[in-house]
Ligand binder design. Structure first.
Ligand code: SF4
Length: 118
């Protein structure tokens, strides 16, 4: 049986989690003080996800780059694919904060949104 160790970041308590796995199946999560931490540990050990904030090229605005972010967490395993897609994005201004720049990036169901007006 494999064990993975994490610090839970779901709240400031920072509980030390131990996740016991059989292959990719979670057998037990130890060290959590609540259900959120148990879920966090199980997800982190099997399919970790993160928010992503980056920039895309923009034409016709005050700046050559538009800051963007994901509308929800995306799988860490898809980060390189997502960044490769965003490297080829070239939007034309004007853009409003919250505009959808790309829908369903890399088949994640998550959209890429503008972080500011440009
Ligand atoms: S396990 Fe619960 S109490 Fe502990 S850090 Fe995670 S969310 Fe907070």
């Amino acid at each position: 049986m494999e064990e993975k160790n994490f610090i839970c970041t779901a709240c400031p308590m920072g509980c030390k989690l131990i996740v016991r796995l059989d292959g990719n199946e979670v057998v037990q999560v130890l060290g959590h003080r609540c259900r959120r931490g148990e879920n966090y540990g199980a997800q982190e050990a099997t399919t970790p996800k993160r928010m992503l904030a980056t920039t895309v090229r923009a034409r016709g605005g005050l700046h050559p780059l538009l800051p963007v972010y994901t509308s929800a967490e995306v799988p860490k395993a898809k980060m390189q694919e997502i960044l490769a897609i965003l490297r080829d994005v070239d939007i034309t201004c004007p853009v409003k904060m919250g505009d959808v720049i790309l829908k369903d990036i890399a088949d994640t169901g998550v959209d890429i949104l503008a972080s500011r007006d440009l």
